[in-house]
Structure formats: C-alpha cells, structure tokens
Design a protein around this ligand. Structure first.
Ligand code: SF4
Length: 379
C-alpha cells in the first residue's frame, strides 16, 4: 500500500475517534533539542520529572530500533469553566489548572493512540509502534512542532492555529516511513506577554523555562514551598495557567469537543477546608481520575493550606490548629503553623506557641517561628 494513501486513511480514521489534529514527522534525531536539553541541565533548569537520558529523549531510534516516523496527535481542551462556584469569605476555594480538568488526559490520549495503532496494524502486516503521552522519553512538544501540529511559543507551549495552546499532545513512533508534514511558522513575533506576566520570571528567555521557578512545577513538589513562592501561588492547588491565559493566540479560544474532558466545577474549584481532613481513600475517590492527582494528596493539601493563608481565612483557624497539632507529616504541620501566623488571630498565635513547646521536628519548628513572627491581626 502506498504510504500517502495509508496516511490519508489514518487522518480520516483519527477524526472519527475524536483526534482533533494529527501530523506526521520523520523519526530522525532531534539535534537542536539535544543542545537545548544540555543547556537546561547545565543551568539547573530541569524539573526532575523528565524521563530518560538526553540521548533517549532526542533519538527515537534508541526507543525503537526500526523507528521511521512519528505520528503526533492533539486533542483540544476547554479553557473556560462554566458555572464556576464563587470563592467567598468563609468558604474559600482552590483551583486546578486547565490541563487537569476532566478525565486524566494521559488516559484519553493513550486510548486514541491505541485505537490508531490497532487500525494501522489491521492494514499493514508487521506494523510496530510505541505510544507516549507526556511521561515518555520523547518531548511531546518537539515532536508536535516537527509534525506541524503547531509552533513552539515563547511560553514553551505548542500553539496550534486552530485551538491555541489548549491542546493535549501525544505521539507514537512507528516503523513506517510516512510522508512528513510541514512545521507551522513561528507566530510569536515581537510579543513577550507570557514572559512579562510570569510572576516568578521562570521564562528566562523566549522558549526557555526554568522549571525550578515555574509555579506549575512548584505546585507539584512535596516538600516545604520556598517562602518567596508562597505569596505568589495564591489559591492554585495544581498547575498554573497564566502564560497561556495572557497569550493573544488563546484569545476567545474555548473548545468543548470531548465530553470526558469537561470539567466538574466542584472538582476543579474545590472548597479548601474539607481538603485538609481528607483521607487517602477519599482523595483517590474524589480526585483520582484527574491528571492533577498524580502526586497524591500531600502537595494538594500543602497548597490548600497556603491558599487559606493567602485569603487570611479566619474560619479555617480551628482546622489548621488541628492539622498543626495532629498531622504526622512535617510539611503539612509546618505549613499549617506558618499559615496560622499569616492569618494572625490571637487563637492562632496561642496555638502555635503551645505546639512549639512540644514539637520535635526542626523544620516544623522553623515554620512555627516564622508564623510567630507575623503581625497579630485580630480575632
Ligand atoms: Fe508567544 Fe506572546 Fe503567546 Fe508568549 S504570549 S507564547 S510571546 S504569542
């Protein structure tokens, strides 16, 4: 079978299974990416979540010896939350970023890639493929760029002409030499909005991200959050969208094409106080199908505590005191102590002083001292 004909059949089939954009790229080495990754590593800008060595991440043939081409897919996700519940005094709410709305996209894209793989297998004897979504060795963005899905913006996202940057990406390495698609021209021009609006200066220059300063990354860490970021994270429980929201290419972009990607407002903007006392089982039952739950409940709870401090939410004082006194995890106890000081009521200060007398963990004690150094506000 001529590969161009097969390619057209795959494109048609992909539409029928809900793939919003598909592109084909050769599977040769990503030479430019290799030097970029080396620079990221040397600069200390990696997140630590990356999989594989630089060689594995840039040479598809290391992942599949017969690699000939890569098929890239994109699925559009919504950017606006309809019927968003209000976060009001006494009943504050946190926020999951858009990439965590709806069913975990890793599963959604994997299902599509498996359907595509099965479809091609039925047509071509000996067809082999290796699918990946986000957590594989290859850079989804580098593949998508080469396959003509979109251009790589200065905000480090792939920006498609059709759906802006609100797309999930996935790919499969194949052993078929499909005809390639042309990359999309870079469309950022002189714009620097994402760089200018990044609150931590994580976008060090166009297209380069210091993951260690990126709020989206910091919301996923499990230790104490550095003081300098606690005031910036606001009510964000997972991820951060500012560099996408300010992008003019995303203006008026809001696609609701997939029922499984529709956000449940109560899940993506949950009440903060109930998060503090949630068991592992309850967390899994409630948030387990969301991409934002992949690091477990600890970072979400830590961020919820910081969000309550951000709001100076007096109604949370009793719950925060209980957490500071009883939670077995030092990060949670310490962050609660810090938050109590930030909220600053007499009850909060008194509770920190009492807990300080019996606390044994050095890091928690440091947080308690920080809490006690805040200004007393009122009851
Ligand atoms: Fe490019 Fe401007 Fe969008 Fe940043 S905000 S990705 S510079 S178009």
């Amino acid at each position: 079978m001529a590969y161009e004909t097969l390619k057209q059949e795959i494109i048609e089939y992909s539409k029928s299974i809900g793939v919003d954009k598909i592109g084909f790229a050769p599977a040769n080495e990503f030479a430019e990416l290799k030097s970029k990754l080396k620079l990221q590593e040397d600069s200390g800008f990696k997140s630590g979540f990356e999989k594989g060595s630089i060689a594995e991440r840039t040479e598809p043939a290391r992942l599949m010896s017969e690699a000939q081409s890569i098929i890239a897919i994109a699925i559009a996700y919504p950017s606006r939350l309809k019927n968003a519940p209000k976060s009001v005094k006494g009943d504050r709410r946190g926020l999951f970023c858009r990439a965590s709305w709806g069913k975990d996209y890793h599963h959604v894209l994997r299902e599509k890639l498996e359907l595509l793989g099965t479809f091609i297998k039925e047509k071509v004897e000996g067809f082999d493929y290796k699918p990946m979504v986000d957590t594989g060795e290859l850079s989804d963005r580098a593949v998508a760029e080469r396959a003509g899905i979109g251009f790589s913006g200065k905000n480090c996202a792939i920006i498609t002409p059709e759906f802006g940057s609100y797309v999930y990406l996935g790919e499969m390495i194949t052993n078929i030499p499909f005809p390639s698609d042309q990359p999309v021209d870079d469309g950022c021009g002189e714009c620097t909005k994402c760089i200018d609006n990044c609150p931590t200066g994580a976008l060090v220059e166009g297209g380069r991200l210091n993951a260690q300063k990126c709020i989206a990354f910091l919301t996923q860490t499990k230790g104490f959050l550095d003081d300098e970021y606690r005031g910036i994270i606001g009510n964000q429980l997972y991820g951060f969208d500012t560099c996408q929201v300010v992008c003019p290419k995303n203006k008026h972009v809001d696609f609701h094409l997939h029922a499984e990607l529709e956000p449940d407002p109560e899940l993506v903007k949950p009440k903060l106080i109930p998060l503090l006392s949630m068991s592992n089982r309850e967390f899994k039952e409630k948030f387990g199908d969301m991409a934002g739950s992949w690091r477990g409940k600890k970072p979400i709870q830590r961020n919820a505590i910081i969000a309550l401090a951000h709001y100076k939410e007096i109604s949370a004082v009793a719950d925060l005191i209980r957490v500071m006194q009883k939670d077995p995890r030092p990060v949670i106890r310490g962050t609660a102590a810090w938050a109590l000081g930030k909220i600053g009521t007499r009850e909060a200060f008194d509770a920190i002083k009492v807990a300080r007398e019996i606390e044994l963990d050095e890091e928690v004690i440091i947080e308690m001292e920080k809490g006690l150094n805040f200004q007393y506000v009122s009851n």
